[in-house]
Every structure is written in C-alpha cells, then in structure tokens.
Design a protein around this ligand. Sequence first.
Ligand code: AHM
Ligand code: MG
Length: 331
Amino acid sequence: MPMHQVITLSQFIAEEQAKHPESSGNLSRIFRDIKLAAKIVNRDVRKAGLVDILGEHGTMNIQGEEVKKLDVIANDIFIDSLSQSGDICAILSEEEDDFRPVNTQAGNQGKYIIAIDPMDGSSNIDANVTIGTIFSIWKRKSPLGSEVTLDDCLQAGNEQVAAGYVVYGSSTMLVYTTGSGVNGFTLDVSIGDFCLSHPNMTTPPMGQICSINSGNYRSFSEGMREYIDYTNNKGYTGRYIGSFVADFHRNMVKGGIYLYPASEKAPNGKLRLLYECNPMAFLIEQAGGFATTGKIRVLDIQPAELHQRIPIIIGSKDMVEEALRIAHPNR
Ligand code: AHM
Ligand code: MG
C-alpha cells in the first residue's frame, strides 16, 4: 500500500467519530489510552525473555529491583493508562478481586466502565507463545457525579459499546468493534503506530478448525463427548493454543469454533464472562458468528458476580449451530 494510503488507528477513529457529530469523543480518548498501553505492553512482551521481566514475581533482579511477572506488568500498564483520561469511572481487571473506581477526585465524571484481561494466556508466556489483552467497555447506569456501584459493573454483554483485543503474535494486532463491524490494525513498529490492515473483518459461516482442550474429554457431558467424536469423524482440524485471544483470532480469520465447556474440574467452564466471553461474543457476532453457553446467548446473560465463569461455544455460525445440535439437543 503506498505510504499516503496508510490509515492509522487514530485517523480511523477520528473519521468514525466525524460520522457521528453528536458523539462526545470520550470513546476516542479511551482508545487513545488503550493504544498507548498496548504499545508499552508490546514492548515488554517483545523482551519477555530478558532478565528484568523473567523470574518469579516478588524476587529481585540483578539491579536489586523487584521482578514483576508480565501479567502483573500488563495489568499495571493498562490501569495507569486508562486512569488518565477522566472518561472512565471504574476499571475491572481479571487480575483484581474487586472493581477499581477511578477519577473519583475529579468528581466521578467518567461515563464509561472498562473490563480488561490484561494478559490472557499467561501460562504461555514462559514458552514464547502468543498471548493477548482483551477489553470490554460499557456505560455506567448511575448518574454522573455519583459513586460507581456494583450494579453499574454487572451489566449484560448486550450493553457493551465497544470491545476488542490485542494479540501479541508474530505481529501485534489490535482488533475492535463499536457495534458497526470489526476492524483490525497491525502495529507497524517502524512508525510506532497501529495501521488498518484488516478492514471489515468477517468470519466464514463454516470452517474446518475445532479448538478445545480434549484432555478434558472424559469429564465432559455425554453430549459434548459425542460432539468431539463427531468432529474427529468429520476430519475437522484440531488447533488449540491455550491462549483464548490467539485461538479466537485464528478461528475468526479462517473459520472455526472454540469451546470451553463445563467439566468435572470446571463445572461452570473456565473463561470469565466479563473479561473474556462478553467482549469476544460481541466481536464474533459483529463478524457474523455466534457465541453461546450451550443454553443461552452469551450477550444475554445477566452477570451475577464480577469473576463469574461460564461455559462457552464461540465461532463460525454454522459450526456453533452444529455443536448445539449435537452437544445440547435439549437446551
Ligand atoms: P488466563 O486468563 O489465566 O490466561 O486463563 C484463560 C486461558 C485461556 O486463554 C485459554 O483458552 C484457557 O485458559 C486454556 O485453559 P486450559 O489450559 O484449561 O485448556
Ligand atoms: Mg484470560
């Protein structure tokens, strides 16, 4: 693409905003902060094997500083950056027990709440495997100026105004939706900016990839075991990285299905509704796919607690329907 045709994330967001003159620009400022945090985390991910970052959380590095693990570093970076703009009133992080009210000194004027999984797939960090960051944004219900409440934080996924992820893979990409399609931006390290590389992303209705931890096969329900047998007989390709962002991104691009069902070990599944499932469900629906627990559309769930886990089946529409038909015939 000739130089003059490059569209950066900031330009793209400004152009999108210009289409909605009534918008206040708050979301654009939040995206500016996400972009900055993603670039800083990307820098740290790219040197994750080096001494300052590797090592057990709590031990000292050779400069006598405390070593922080990458998931703790990513959490700190995103929280610091997102606390800056004044547009956010609370941050929920998968790394923290409770929600964190921010901008309280500025009079609780933030309109938005953001949930983040700062470092998804963290068990893969030490093995140099693709990891990611996931985010989900919605509006508070309580009046501006008042204290943010738990009720503000526990809203269904269909209330999201934006969601996205950053995937730190062989290149780093930021993919997001604000409810009018999905767009992907690749970090061009030579200019230090995210550039539009995947406009209007859609997922094929049918694919060939099935992503599931089949090590849990024996503790899945009979229906789920039957579905896995079916996919094997059909000759689907098994691909499972164990980083949700990476598995999701590949499947969205190529067509596929990701499942983390209930098992004996994880009776409610493993993935978290607010930090992982809702944002990815919003993205996949915007890309033409679907996400369900097996019983209910993910985006329709009323959350009961901040760290709620749910079973999830997500991906290409026809593949999700196929899985529902076989694994959950009586839903
Ligand atoms: P994390 O947020 O602590 O990294 O946990 C979530 C991860 C997902 O990224 C991944 O799909 C899943 O856990 C893998 O779990 P398992 O190792 O049980 O298959
Ligand atoms: Mg995660």
